[in-house]
Design a protein around this ligand. Structure first.
Ligand code: C2E
Ligand code: MG
Ligand code: MG
Length: 713
């Protein structure tokens, strides 16, 4: 049996011993060594087979037999190498012929050089064979089944191919850094996004290098490299994902997201979100701003106010609730485009009124604006702003050669006195606004406790008024008008009265503005016209009837028709009807309104300008629309003893004479006033001195008796 000299790695034949003892000792030693060798061979994890110089097998282990599915009975020492090959071909394990297999091995055997080669078996397994020549001739082969390993390698290769394909086809740019912070992966999309070359960002570049390069190339403009690197490092350590928007010099926005990897490196992805950001910005702007004026809208205003009030120790502030006066008139008169232009101009003027950038003016819709004035030291400061607003809005708005006039009513609530939160403050400012509107135009009112009750009262008034017309609670009184020179009564003005079962007699100044706001004035005015004309039909012929007409009625398209039908029903000639309109109708008069008035005037209806002198000082509109009569407001007559008032009255009378317009003085209560008017050449007078507004029956008696004729005396 052959033995192996393990140290020398060579096989030596057994030799005859020189002495028995020595020979026994050596024999024992050799056997022991042999056993140790066999045990080692048997227990190694690889296959092993050893051949002598004659290519006969000396020893092989079980792994070898199993690897090649050989038969232990065949694999006895001494079997020829070629026979083993042939056997493996016979049992179908080899994928080539024995000759082919042998031809592959022969050069290694002859070359006596260590070498390694691979053989693929018919069942697909891959065996790596390490061939090592032995000093005595022959060789030893170690066989290793690397099938699993090879498969894993193949898979890894495939994975790499897929990874590369994915990287190349990603819509995002991608960089991967290893644990040392060096770039190990960089895809093409990254280069494309940043419009840079691979040479600018070679693998191995650090994050800091990359940022500095981007700055150098002018792609990033403002970025603090130190803080960016620190931030990324902190997120990496904390295992947190970190995203940031980067604004490139060319205007694009890139979303950079860094994700730590398990191996303690990290991946950065780059998304071009320019369009998305722009859309988002547009959406947020739209959601927070009024499209017409570009001012913050209600939701944004609330957000900002809520934020300011979150702080319990917030500084005092003032909320202004604004509503334009007569905006509806402008809109109806000039059309919506003009209305829109006006709202934009109002927004601009309001913005200019604010002291600083922190104060906010918002548009809540329609002609409603709201202002918050921060750090208000007291009501006086809020009042100053309110006054400034009244002033700037009162100035005419000139567009395409037309002057538009609006006013503004304001309600003011102060924090912390009038409310602790946005909801309460806005509600109270609205309440104060409501009050301002009810009291007149171009006013501001501070919120006061108890206003709530006033608002309720106003609502109740509206409800009662709505019911009053069908319940026939309205009535007309008539006040005579006299020619000063002759003392003759030439007619009477119809003045509306409301006999409310709950409220008693309500004066028109209290309810007419409300009916205008709720639109009731249209049917109510129509009723007054008919009733007035019908009453005048019973008067001595030639006596005129004057009827007050609200601007709201005039803007209604059916107005001319209702006048004509009132005349037709009553049967009085158009020349006996005088319509009293106010200056604002002519100031704002749209072509349609002026056309209606002109049309009625052509029919013979007279047009009188009521309350003259209280509105606007410009008289230019008198050229645009010639009127038949001017009624000097009673405030000038009351103060006629006063030099200024007297001068105004004289001027108006002079103007009337010059333009051929009848001038009537309203509110004449004393003989002295009448004398003065007579001396200045005023044509007509009306007032308690001549006659108080009276019931139809009373005025009829008066007119028929002509009792007042004596006054001329
Ligand atoms: P107006 O058209 O200027 O009418 C004159 C107002 O002065 C009336 O008040 C009248 O009673 C009052 N008045 C007359 N003489 C004197 C006087 O000597 N001294 C004083 N202190 N006052 C005098 P009234 O009836 O309360 O009407 C107030 C306003 O209501 C009217 O002012 C008019 O603008 C409006 N109005 C009245 N009736 C109607 C109507 O049918 N339609 C419309 N749209 N408005 C009306
Ligand atoms: Mg009048
Ligand atoms: Mg008047």
């Amino acid at each position: 049996m052959p033995v192996v000299d393990v140290k020398a790695g060579s096989v030596v034949p057994q030799r005859a011993a020189e002495g028995v003892d020595r020979s026994h000792r050596i024999e024992d030693e050799l056997r022991e060594q042999n056993e140790r060798f066999s045990a080692a061979v048997e227990n190694m994890s690889h296959g092993l087979c050893m051949f002598d110089a004659d290519e006969r097998m000396i020893i092989c282990n079980r792994n070898y037999i199993e690897l090649f599915r050989l038969d232990a009975k065949v694999m006895k020492p001494g079997v020829r190498f070629f026979d083993i090959l042939q056997y493996s071909v016979d049992i179908g394990i080899a994928s080539q012929t024995a000759e082919q297999l042998y031809a592959v091995r022969k050069p290694y055997i002859d070359g006596a050089k260590p070498s390694t080669y691979e053989e693929t078996l018919s069942d697909g397994r891959v065996i790596v064979i390490s061939h090592r020549p032995l000093a005595s001739g022959g060789w030893v082969s170690i066989y290793e089944d690397v099938t699993v390993q090879r498969r894993a390698e193949e898979e890894l290769k495939e994975q790499h191919r897929r990874f590369d394909a994915a990287l190349a086809n990603m819509s995002q740019g991608l960089l991967m850094y290893d644990a040392d912070g060096k770039m190990i992966v960089r895809n093409g999309r990254f280069l494309e996004l940043y419009n840079v070359t691979a040479a600018d960002f070679p693998l191995g570049t650090t994050h800091r290098d990359a940022l500095e390069r981007l700055l150098e190339l002018g792609i990033y403009t403002q970025i603090d490299v130190d803080s960016e690197v620190a931030k990324t490092e902190a997120c990496r350590l904390a295992g947190k994902i970190h995203s940031a928007y980067r604004h490139l010099a060319d205007g694009r926005t890139i979303l950079v997201t860094r994700r730590p990897m398990s191996g303690s490196g990290w991946v950065a992805t780059f998304d071009d979100v320019t369009e998305r950001r722009r859309t988002e910005e547009r959406m947020t702007h739209l959601a927070h701003h009024d499209t017409l004026t570009g001012l913050p809208n209600r939701s944004m205003f609330r957000e900002r106010l809520d934020l300011a009030l979150e702080d319990a120790a917030a500084a005092p502030l003032a909320i202004f609730s604004l509503d334009l006066d007569r905006f509806k008139a402008v809109n109806d008169t000039w059309g919506h485009p003009a209305g829109d232009w006006l709202l934009k101009s109002v927004a601009e003027r309001l913005q200019r009124c604010l002291r600083n950038d922190t104060d906010i003016v918002a548009r809540f819709g329609g002609d409603e604006f709201v202002i918050v004035q921060f750090n208000v030291r007291g009501p006086a400061e809020a009042e100053r702003l309110a006054k400034r607003i009244v002033e700037v809005i009162a100035k005419p708005f000139r567009d395409k050669g037309r002057d538009m006039h609006v006013g503004v009513s304001q309600g003011i609530a102060l924090f912390p006195g009038d409310g602790k939160d946005a909801g309460a403050l806005l509600k109270n400012a609205d309440m104060a606004l409501y009050r301002a509107k009810a009291e007149g135009r171009n006013l501001y009112r501070f919120f006061e406790p108890g206003m709530d009750a006033l608002v309720q009262a106003r609502r109740a008034l509206e409800v009662d008024l709505e019911a009053a017309l069908p319940r026939r609670e309205f009535d007309l009184h008539f006040q005579p008008i006299m020619t000063i020179a002759s003392g003759e009564i030439i007619g009477a003005e119809a003045l509306m009265r409301w006999h409310s079962p709950e409220r008693g007699m309500v004066a028109p100044d209290e309810f007419i503005p409300v009916t205008e706001e709720i639109g009731l004035i249209v049917p109510l005015g129509e009723w007054a016209l008919r009733k007035a004309c019908a009453t005048a039909a019973n008067w001595p012929s030639g006596l005129r009837i004057a009827v007050n007409v609200s601007a709201v009625q005039l803007r209604n398209s059916g107005f001319a028709r209702s006048v004509i039908s009132a005349l037709a029903f009553s049967g009085i000639p158009a020349g006996r009807l005088e319509l009293e309109i106010t200056e604002t109708v002519l100031m704002d008069g749209s072509e349609t309104v002026l056309k209606t008035l002109r049309q009625l005037r052509e029919l013979g209806v007279r047009i009188a300008l009521d309350d003259f002198g209280t509105g606007y000082s410009s008289l230019g509109y008198l050229q645009r629309f010639p009127v038949d009569k001017i009624k000097i407001d009673r405030s000038f007559i009351r103060d006629i003893g006063n030099r200024d008032s007297a001068a105004i009255v004289r001027a108006i009378i002079g103007l009337g004479t010059e333009l051929g317009i009848t001038v009537t003085a309203e509110g004449v209560e004393t003989e002295a006033q009448l004398d003065m008017l007579r001396r200045h050449g005023c044509v007509e007078a009306q007032g308690y001195l001549i006659g108080v507004p009276s019931k139809a029956a009373d005025i009829q008696r008066l007119l028929e008796s002509g009792a007042l004729n004596s006054r001329t005396g």
